[in-house]
Design a protein around this ligand. Sequence first.
Ligand code: FES
Length: 89
Amino acid sequence: MANNDDKIICRCEDITEAEVLRAIEQGTATADEVKRLTRAGMGHCQGRTCRRLVNQILARKLGQNPEDQKPVTQRSPLQPISLKILADS
Ligand code: FES
């Protein structure tokens, strides 16, 4: 059975729960800071899959409400789009 720390939080960047927890131990307190330190949220989906999990881990470790977490900085495009759409615009 896999260790809970081996649980993948960010599938796009292969970031585990242990890596997120290590980032929090190093002083990160927001999903944006975790993102900068671990790359969780910088993958193809731009955090649409992992952002909520990172917020839940932060909230659990820091005693915060997950909904109170600051939203992460998003870069456009906010959704994956084809190059054809960009080229045609
Ligand atoms: S799952 Fe984290 S960026 Fe896609």
